[in-house]
Write a protein that binds this ligand. Structure first.
Ligand SMILES: Nc1ncnc2c1ncn2[C@@H]1O[C@H](COP(=O)(O)OP(=O)(O)OP(=O)(O)O)[C@@H](O)[C@H]1O
Length: 245
């Protein structure tokens, strides 16, 4: 299974294309500008880290790209799917067919085993992996019959990663996947995410407060005040084991 895919080609067409993306929340008399005029292209197979302080708009951006939220104005597309102005049913279909999500908290079903938690998603996917393959990819093949309560936080998060990748999504979106974990445990989770990116060629977007994780990315987008305020490209990607925080 050790396949090394070609580097993402940023000279080709982007899979995500956003222009002038803005999101404003009206809070009583006050407008909160969560995103301001964001332009963005993300390429197939790319590993992108969104970095920025609390409130800078990271989750808002990820939620729009993941079809969980809509912008107030601007354009956003994933391939030929228009993410702006799509109906709820169209966004649900986009998410179901193309996107895997990992959040800070694992949201596993407590009464189901590891295998059952992962296989459940498998049933509604179009081109699923074998659940055992997804579980092996996150290194939990010895624990398939365990229940979430019998696993550590890091192991539960690895099950959440397996659940997100079992449908072989085109895009994996992770919002603070290591936010509740210590460094060593977080690194095992990040290694699982990086493996999915490398072996399945899943376009991967990770939100983090943690600048150390930026070294794992092909590209780092820094957000501040709802804008992209910086962009860096790594010529060499660090492995999860090399990351320190
Ligand atoms: N549903 C909402 N209603 C009102 N304001 C919101 C809502 N969601 C987000 N905001 C505001 O939009 C801004 C951006 O929020 P967002 O969650 O995208 O930031 P973030 O960078 O992901 O922050 P964090 O790292 O703390 O999760 C913040 O000022 C936030 O308070």
């Amino acid at each position: 299974m050790d396949v090394h895919p070609p580097k993402p080609d940023s000279s080709g067409s982007p899979v995500f294309h956003a222009r002038g993306l803005s999101k404003t929340y009206r809070m009583g008399e006050i407008d909160v500008h969560a995103l301001r005029d964001v332009d963005l292209d993300i390429f197939e197979g790319e590993f992108v880290v969104l970095l920025g302080p609390s409130g800078s708009g990271k989750s808002t951006l990820l939620n729009i790209l993941g079809g969980l939220d809509s912008p107030t104005s601007g354009e956003a597309r994933w391939r030929d799917h228009n993410l702006v102005g799509a109906t709820d049913a169209e966004l649900t279909r986009y998410r179901r067919e193309h996107v895997g999500f990992v959040f800070q908290f694992y949201n596993l079903i407590p009464s189901l085993t590891v295998l059952e938690n992962v296989a459940l998603v498998n049933e509604i996917a179009e081109k699923p992996l074998d659940p055992l393959e997804a579980i092996t990819l996150v290194g939990l093949e010895e624990r398939i019959d365990h229940f979430p309560s019998q696993l550590s936080g890091g192991e539960q998060q690895r099950v959440a990663v397996a659940r997100a990748i079992v449908k072989s999504p085109d895009v994996l979106m992770c919002d603070e996947p290591t936010g509740a974990l210590d460094c060593e445990t977080g690194k095992v989770v990040l290694a699982a995410i990086a493996r999915a990116n490398e072996r399945l060629r899943t376009t991967t977007i990770i939100i983090t407060h943690n600048a150390a994780i930026a070294g794992m990315a092909d590209r780092v987008l820094r957000l501040g005040g709802g804008r992209i305020v910086g962009e860096e490209r790594n010529t060499h990607r660090l492995s999860a084991e090399e990351v320190r925080w």
